[in-house]
Design a binder for this molecule. Structure first.
Ligand code: ATP
Ligand code: MG
Length: 291
């Protein structure tokens, strides 16, 4: 039996037999603004909320920027910073030294430390771009993934620069090959609530959903993937509060942790979308029910 861990991204776990295989490396691929950083944050925060530890490797943004973005999404990363959440900020050209020398030492140092860890690398792209030699690119990714997978379950993000239909470059293909699983985020700027889609490109050892699933950003909760086909009823805005109250009642009834209740309360306060929160709440609650 393999151990599976929840991604923390609402709607996703039910598509991958309940979660990611522990100590695997997943890549989330998407163009700018599709939500890669949000995925990475949500993934590590799920672990943190369960008492795990997390290592967040940032390459472009500073840890402060990441924590600020997380705050806007409703995640309090600062509270855990340097307690159970640790950042490594790789900037400039120090990748190689970090990957080849410091990283193995760090992993070795944590070996006896029996606590579950999640690792995010956001984004992996600059590491790949640090050399034009494909073989070297491949080696670098492997040198990065191998020790980190020993440490815990890894989510890396990769920037996609090509347009739909174009042949993708080695900076995207290599991490796809070298990962155990790949999520693909796409954005169709056509307006409306469900113009973003989520797809599972691969997931080793897992019978996974093969659809193209819409996802939305929800302030206070993060990304929610519509993995179920629920009919959306037209509702009046006034009934939105009722939907939240109903969800809160259910959450209390099934004894969900206080963090979940707080999350729903935050969502209720900030909900300014022109569609009902009913379905989102349903997906969220059902993802906790399975735990
Ligand atoms: N609460 C929200 N409601 C609607 N859209 C949101 C919300 N929060 C974030 N977004 C959208 O998500 C985008 C940012 O997501 P994120 O930073 O995770 O993307 P990214 O793929 O990491 O982008 P980049 O490649 O630029 O780093 C914003 O540009 C915005 O369009
Ligand atoms: Mg980002």
């Amino acid at each position: 039996m393999v151990n599976r861990i929840k991604t923390g991204i609402y709607g996703v776990d039910q598509l991958i037999e309940g979660g990611l295989i522990e100590n695997s490396a997943i890549t989330t691929v998407g163009a700018s603004g599709t939500g890669k950083t949000t995925f990475a944050i949500q993934f590590v925060m799920k672990g943190i909320e369960q008492g795990e530890q997390a290592l967040f490797v940032t390459l472009e943004e500073s840890p402060e920027q990441i924590m600020k973005e997380a705050e806007m999404m409703g995640w309090d990363m600062k509270k855990y910073h340097e307690e159970s959440l640790f950042f490594i900020h790789l900037s400039g050209q120090n990748f190689r030294e970090m990957i080849e020398e410091q990283l193995p030492k760090l992993v070795q140092a944590r070996k006896d430390y029996d606590i579950k860890t999640r690792v995010a690398i956001d984004p992996l792209t600059p590491v790949i771009w640090s050399t034009e030699d494909r073989l070297e690119q491949r080696e670098l990714i492997e040198k990065l993934f191998r020790p980190l997978k020993e440490l815990g379950t890894v989510m890396a993000t990769v920037e996609e620069h090509s347009k739909p239909g174009e042949i993708i470059g080695s900076d995207v293909l290599l991490p796809i090959y070298l990962s155990d699983g790949v999520f693909h985020l796409e954005y169709y700027p056509v307006g409306g609530a469900f113009n973003r889609t989520f797809k599972i490109v691969k997931m080793r050892g897992t019978n996974h959903g093969e659809g193209l699933y819409p996802y939305v950003f929800v302030r206070g909760a993060g990304v929610v993937v519509r993995s179920t086909t629920v009919e959306i009823k037209k509702e009046k805005k006034e009934s939105y509060d009722e939907a939240f109250d109903e969800a809160l009642k259910t959450a209390r009834h099934i004894d969900l942790p206080e963090t979940v209740i707080e999350k729903i309360e935050r969502m209720k306060k900030q909900w300014n979308y022109d569609y009902s929160p009913n379905e989102i709440l349903e997906i969220m609650l059902s993802s906790y029910k399975e735990e």
